[in-house]
Design a protein around this ligand. Sequence first.
Ligand code: COI
Length: 364
Amino acid sequence: MDGEASVFVQDAAAPRRPEAERQAALRDPGFGRVFTDHMATLRYTPDRGWHDGRIEAAAPLSLHPAAMALQYAQLVFEGMKAYGLPDGGAALFRPAENARRMQRSAARMGIEPVPEALFLEGVRSLVRADRDWIPRQEGASLYLRPFLMGTDPSFAVRPGRDYMFCVIASPAAPIFGSTTKPLTLWISDTLTRAAPGGTGAAKCAGSYGASLQAVAEAGREGCDQAIFLDAVERRWIEELGGMNIMFVFADGSLRTPPLGGTILPGVTRDSLLILARDMGLTVREEPYAIDQWQEDARSGRLTEAFACGTAAVVAPVGQVRGRRHEFAIGGGQAGQVTERLRTALIEIQRGRAPDPHGWVDRLF
Ligand code: COI
């Protein structure tokens, strides 16, 4: 609420970039390379609890080189967006889901969780401070990156004591760009991302770090992204390096791998499953084998596949390649169900369609 006292005290002296510079940066922001003027920070110590909330100038952090986040990757993060609304306002999308997921990720990493209300207040306060950084052009939004990390210096391999919660913001287009040119995926059959009992369901830095060699391999193979198989049988499709995957069949059903500890429980994933049911599609959260995918794509039983996530939004998959597989999906073209789901999601997020599930969280 504008004007209400906040735990996050704003530094009025924090510099703002000139209007012309901001407008130039907003014109073609790409993904994750332009950052706004401010950041939200909040500290935790066992004796004081959560304290010292600030909205301050976005600037390099001062961190002890032995900080737990640096030494043992005690760091979890979130990805969410603020969307421009047709009347000039702005909204978040299901932000409480991000707050709760960060709490679950924190628990998995032995990190002190941020209370939901503080998480939401930090995010909202930052967006209000940087409201002029919300891109208004079609497809673009203000990507928000809340993160939480261990800051106390220690080589002891035990959970940290002191933590910092920080939110930074970046005007952004979808990670694969604003067009819906179908992706080519590389099947990572030697490198895995997550194992049962591991951290695959936690949005922790390490889960993403562990995907990077496969993502680099995909790039060398001329592909846009890597797709990971399960770590036990190397057979079941799990997710991409940073987004979930869904499959559409000629019989009108939609399938996605089930959450079971090795897959990130995406907010976009969950929202699309709900929208798909609303559209009358039969939705199955069931394992899907890589060989079956190839067979179904070749026979025409499977007609579409798409990647989905906050950063990716909905991105059709046109080709899949690996050491033992090579196939096209739907003739390599974006499919109609993918497009319908993508549009339905975007129209709700941007306040242009009714919001029957109460997902849109208006900020101003
Ligand atoms: C997101 O979709 O927000 C993600 O966190 C994926 C990736 C950019 C790390």
